[in-house]
Design a binder for this molecule. Structure first.
Ligand code: A3P
Length: 345
């Protein structure tokens, strides 16, 4: 009898305990999401008709819930209609530069309640086969969003591909263009490291960076090497400037995004005419990763994949110096054109 009562008591305590823990977890999650539910300032009219330019609060609530599900393709037509969801062409594109920190920038901007990212690189404008499928194909690749949110996609190959500026211009001549750059020699080595890792994964051997970056016949910098060419930022930018005025570009400091992301993100918010919503709370330094990671709320946070932040191979100092000397005049021109100066050697 006594044993039965003890069992019953234990069961009751277990149920009560579970309820208490459940409620606590719920409250904790709510506090986290409340952080993202502050009242919003109006967004610039360019992103929505006047009078309706406040993002509905439900947009924020659904950012990691319903919208996420819809992106995975689980939405019925009825749900899409009910929630007034649309697939919008991007209002801003991160056009490059490869290994500049394009993924980190996209993911960090996605912390903003008014931004919805296209998760995959779509390669619409740089890939002839995709481009031939037409603009509707491109739009259908975009995530679902509320009409007052803005969609952002990133495909770093756009920056260096000849045909892309004209193609983007034809879609939207007033689009906002984001370019994230790093010190050119470091970027080139990062680019090399990515290719090297791909080769190693396939058990293939590859040349040393020094061999690719320096022409063995002339002992000068090998400008035919793609990783070097991509880092001549001014050459590529000049092609873009035939279609878009400089005011339509914003240059992000990729080196600073690594060490001090918030001020860089605040500059982008300003450029996109978004109310400042990304805060230090959304970014925390993860000592194990050696990078900042993202915090959406108290329950949901994430770091970038391990393929971001690789260890670079050691490169001969004389080669590094030669490359830095080579990039120097191009960098000066880049500062001049963009009005943004970096402490690159
Ligand atoms: P490395 O792998 O050379 O360190 P991209 O996304 O354009 O390919 O750029 C990758 C680079 O983003 C990485 O280059 C890394 O340094 C940088 N990066 C910037 N912020 C980061 C972050 N919070 N987490 C991981 N990588 C980040």
């Amino acid at each position: 009898m006594l044993f039965k009562q003890q069992v019953l008591l234990r069961q009751k305590l277990f149920v009560l305990g579970s309820l208490a823990i459940g409620s606590l977890l719920y409250l904790v999650a709510r506090v986290g999401s409340l952080d993202r539910l502050q009242p919003l300032c109006p967004i610039d009219s360019r992103f929505g008709p006047r009078g309706q330019d406040e993002i509905p609060l439900r947009a924020l609530q659904f950012k990691r819930g319903l919208l996420h599900e819809f992106r995975k393709g689980n939405a019925t037509k009825e749900q899409v209609r009910l929630h007034n969801l649309v697939q919008q062409l991007p209002k801003a594109i991160i056009i490059g530069v490869r290994k500049g920190g394009t993924r980190a920038l996209l993911e960090m901007l996605n912390l903003h309640p008014a931004v919805v990212k296209a998760s995959q690189e779509i390669h619409f404008f740089d890939n002839d086969e995709n481009y031939a499928k037409g603009i509707e194909w491109y739009r259908k690749k975009m995530p679902f969003s509320y009409p007052h949110q803005i969609t952002i996609e990133k495909s770093p190959a756009y920056f260096i591909t000849e045909e892309v500026p004209e193609r983007i211009y034809k879609m939207n001549s007033s689009i906002k263009l984001l370019i994230i750059v790093r010190e050119p020699t470091t970027r080139a080595i990062s680019d090399y490291t990515q290719v090297l890792e791909g080769k190693e994964r396939k058990n293939k051997t590859y040349y040393k960076f020094e061999k690719l970056a320096i022409d063995p016949n002339t002992c000068e910098v090998n400008t035919k090497y793609k990783a070097v060419r991509t880092s001549i930022y001014t050459k590529h930018l000049e092609r873009w400037l035939k279609y878009f005025p400089i005011e339509q570009f914003h240059i992000v400091d990729g080196d600073r995004l690594i060490t001090e992301p918030l001020p860089e993100l605040q500059l982008v918010e300003k450029f996109l005419n978004l109310p400042p919503r990304i805060s230090q709370y959304n970014l925390y330094f993860n000592a194990t990763r050696g990078f900042y990671c993202l915090r959406f709320n108290i329950v949901f946070n994430k770091c970038l994949a391990g393929s971001k932040g690789r260890i670079h191979p050691e490169v001969d100092t004389s080669v590094i110096n030669k490359l830095r000397k080579f990039f120097h005049p191009f960098n000066q021109k880049f500062y001049q054109i963009t009005g943004r100066t970096f402490n690159w050697p």
